[in-house]
Design a protein around this ligand. Structure first.
Ligand code: NAD
Ligand code: ZN
Length: 364
């Protein structure tokens, strides 16, 4: 499957299929990645063990000069220290302005390698080779960043890739919990844009969690299509792109309060999307919005209840840090129906607090 992210002169293709790593050399060359300058593959230790040799050898056979750089797995690698170390490796191996940086991995590697590509010599070419389900979201759209100890994703840039190469085979080695967490963003793309796709996720939940190749390929194709459509209309998040944050206001607060690791990102936003759906019903949306949201997320094995030990005051405080609060009201992405959302700029914080409390009592 192939689709295109329409962004004027920065337009690029997304290729999705089984065994696509084997065609990396040909596809890289087609997209103008240079064989004269070395390219650097950035990956993490888990992914390196399973998939790095294959990608590196395919590219070498095709005539590319390949440098590899491995970072520790996990969010902590999205740091200025890793950025500096990777740029050191790039310089030692003679990368230049015509070189490309290739991200082989999940969102962590994508965001970090992308920021290397955006900043090295004021910007070099970038290729995304996502290996998690969540990365169908992070690899499309050009947001790249590292974290600061005081705030996540706060040092970053917009830097679009030359292509996205999604080999479904790499997903077969993904831990089950990561599979489900990634599906959360797939469902999100349905909830904001496409009611039929939400129904399809509902019907195919079992095949999805089992990584049945055709089902998974279609889901990622649809998820990437929605992301691409939204980004094409609003690359720099002036307005529309904010709808991609469905479930993220509560979700980010939960991640921060629980401590990164207890709840994976996708798990936290699953609970956040149930919260947004409850809120929607309170604001007048049909009851079905809540019923369907909760059912689909449960069926793909995601949590829908907020862990009781997380303190409501802490959660409210974390949301205020998330800067969308103003004078007792906040900006919230609220569903209006399945497959449609609105940006509501004046949701009262007392209502949100009520919803948070209710999320702790949610039946599972
Ligand atoms: P991740 O990159 O940490 O990957 C999750 C885990 O799976 C890691 O332990 C990794 O080593 C392992 N892994 C990856 N691929 C594997 C494979 N094929 N087989 C076995 N193990 C594998 O996390 P993620 O969930 O992919 O991404 C989360 C990050 O994405 C966060 O930092 C978040 O901020 C970022 N993100 C960015 C955007 C964006 O638009 N730029 C959007 C959403 C999320
Ligand atoms: Zn997300």
């Amino acid at each position: 499957r192939e689709l295109t992210v329409e962004l004027g002169e920065r337009t690029y293709p997304i290729y999705i299929g089984e065994g696509l790593l084997d065609e990396a050399g040909k596809l890289f060359a087609q997209r103008g990645i240079s064989k004269k300058s070395p390219l650097m593959i950035v990956t993490d230790a888990n992914v390196a063990r399973r998939h790095l040799d294959r990608l590196a050898s395919v590219l070498t056979e095709e005539g590319f000069t390949v440098v590899t750089a491995i970072v520790p797995a996990g969010e902590n690698s999205k740091s200025l220290a890793e950025l500096e170390r990777l740029i050191g490796i790039a310089l030692e191996h003679g990368l230049d302005r015509k070189s490309a940086i290739v991200a082989l991995g999940g969102g962590v590697v994508g965001d970090l390698a992308g920021f290397v590509a955006a900043s090295f010599m004021r910007g070099v070419k970038f290729v995304q080779v996502p290996t998690t389900i969540l990365a169908h979201d992070s690899s499309v759209g050009g947001k790249v960043a590292v974290n600061h100890p005081l705030a996540k994703n706060i040092i970053g840039a917009f830097h679009q890739p030359e292509l996205v190469l999604y080999d479904l085979k790499t997903l077969q080695t993904l831990p089950e919990r990561e599979v489900k967490a990634g599906l959360s963003e797939v469902v999100k793309h349905g909830l904001i844009w496409d009611a039929d796709f939400v129904q399809w996720c509902d019907d195919n939940a079992e095949k999805l969690t089992a990584l049945e190749p055709d089902t998974l390929g279609y889901a990622l194709y649809k998820g990437c299509s929605v992301k691409a459509a939204v980004v094409s209309k609003d690359e720099r998040e002036n307005d529309l792109r904010a709808i991609l944050n469905l479930g993220h206001t509560i979700g980010h607060a939960l991640e921060a309060v629980a401590g990164y690791g207890e709840l994976l990102h996708g798990e936290a936003i699953s609970i956040g999307m149930v919260g947004a759906a409850k809120l929607a019903v309170r604001l007048g949306a049909p009851e079905e919005v809540y019923q369907v949201t909760k059912r689909v997320l449960s069926r793909v094995g995601l949590p829908v209840r907020l862990p009781e030990h997380l303190n409501t005051d802490d959660i409210m405080r974390a949301m205020m840090h998330d800067k969308k609060f103003q004078e007792g009201t906040m900006v919230f992405i609220v569903p209006t129906a399945i497959g449609a959302v609105e940006i509501n700029k004046s949701v009262s914080s007392s209502l949100i607090r009520e919803i948070v409390e209710q999320l702790k009592q949610e039946a599972v």
